[in-house]
Design a protein around this ligand. Structure first.
Ligand code: PLP
Length: 399
């Protein structure tokens, strides 16, 4: 009999992290691998934030932080959403966590009763399903395709709703497709949700600042959704601090209080060094601070899109409006064989084969599609210019 609880035994491992470990091992063994794998920016933490973090360490004191975060940070987060999105949040509605993954988990634990349903449009971020599972909810997946720009339609939403539906998870801009909802599209989804007042929207806005042209719209800006939206966001992407583990949720006060209770009995407050740095980040003009980063991402995005359209059109390239990923359809290569004989039955076979050929990407399975692979462009353009032709050549070598 296994010593591991069924709850955990049934849980999928994070595929992206598993692949990253394999790449580390191959590199350590001397293999040259181009990694288009990870969801972490290849930029340093902005200098002013580094300075604040260092100064905080030099202060020399390290008391336990308040469970829901330092008050000036919670105030800065509320003020940020007020200034940028006109949302009248206050500090007591903000709970700062050890990464936004924890914020999402806190939110789900706070609102789900066992067996309640969570609607998740696919493709989705890899951790939603396991987090719903851990919170004893039931994930209800709605597939979307490139024909609707990977967006959930009001019709599909309506059909998926039952009396057990408790949460709809939206991720805009999205990991893995880069799609982003417009105000009008959110308005249309809201019209469906208005008929079902028991449903909450969990809005994952972690890529909110990484956009190419259009501006971010939060579901909380739709008046009928304001009191039913839980925003989850963090500092891992735009502020390039994934290793400093800092995220947050903003929600109506009873949910924020419940999330604080969960966090108080699990990890307690997030690390103060990162919190102080984050205050400095939010007090700066994010457009100015991030302009060079966005420019670099946009240049890479444009290069990849043009490359794919002309060299790999069967991958159905979709021009991302935000985040830093492409989600490529590899169904045209399924059923084919590698030169050494392995058959490409699903996306995972393709990623294993590509890794043998020196390019690391993630299989779409964990994102809800066994016919796609995800590439990240959080790597230097020089690597991308080498990696994509190598990837294309390897796919073309399949027979
Ligand atoms: N949400 C999405 C869509 C993500 O892509 C990630 C990280 O990859 C997270 C949440 C979690 O970020 P963190 O826990 O580092 O704040």
């Amino acid at each position: 009999m296994s010593a591991v609880a069924k709850r955990i035994a049934a849980l999928q491992e994070a595929q992206t992290l598993g692949m990253a470990q394999r790449v580390r091992e191959l590199k350590a063994a001397g293999r040259k691998i181009i990694s288009l794998l990870l969801g972490e920016p290849d930029f340093p933490v902005p200098e002013p934030l580094q300075e604040v973090a260092i100064a905080t360490i030099r202060e020399g004191h390290a008391p336990y932080p308040p469970v829901s975060g330092l008050l000036p940070l919670r105030e800065a987060i509320a003020a940020y959403y007020h200034k940028n999105y006109g949302l009248p949040y206050t500090a007591p509605q903000v709970v700062v966590s050890n990464g936004s993954k924890q914020a999402i988990y806190n939110a789900l634990l706070s609102i789900l009763e066992p067996g309640e349903e969570v609607i998740i449009p696919a493709p989705y971020w890899v951790s939603y399903l396991p987090l719903v599972q851990l919170a004893e909810g039931k994930a209800v997946i709605i597939p979307t395709t490139v024909s609707t720009n990977y967006k959930l339609t009001p019709d599909a939403l309506e059909k998926a709703i039952t009396s057990r539906t408790k949460v709809l998870i939206l991720c805009s801009p999205s990991n893995p497709t880069g799609t982003a909802y417009t105000a009008q599209e959110l308005q249309e989804l809201a019209r469906v949700l208005e008929k079902h007042p028991q449903i909450w929207v969990l809005s994952d806005e972690i890529y909110e600042l990484i956009r190419y042209g259009s501006t971010h719209v939060s579901p909380a800006q739709i008046p009928s959704l304001f009191h039913r939206t839980i925003i989850c966001n963090g500092f891992s992407k735009a502020f390039a601090m994934p290793g400093w583990r800092l995220g947050y949720l903003i929600a109506p006060k009873p949910i924020a209080d419940a999330a604080t209770k969960v966090q108080g009995q699990t990890t307690a407050g997030a690390n103060v060094i990162a919190q102080k740095a984050a205050i400095a980040g939010l007090n700066m003009d994010s457009q100015v601070l991030l302009a060079p980063v966005i420019r670099a991402f946009q240049e890479r995005r444009n290069w990849i899109y043009e490359y794919l359209c002309s060299h790999l059109p069967e991958s159905q390239p979709y021009l991302p409006e935000g985040a830093f990923y492409f989600f490529l359809d590899v169904s045209a290569f399924l059923g084919k064989h590698a030169p050494h004989g392995a058959t490409m039955q699903k996306a995972e076979d393709v990623t294993n084969y590509l890794l043998e050929q020196g390019v690391a990407v993630v299989s779409g399975e964990g994102f809800g599609s066994d016919k796609h692979i995800r590439i990240s462009y959080a790597v230097a353009l020089s690597e991308i210019r080498q990696g994509l032709p190598q990837l294309t050549q390897a796919l073309r070598a399949l027979v």
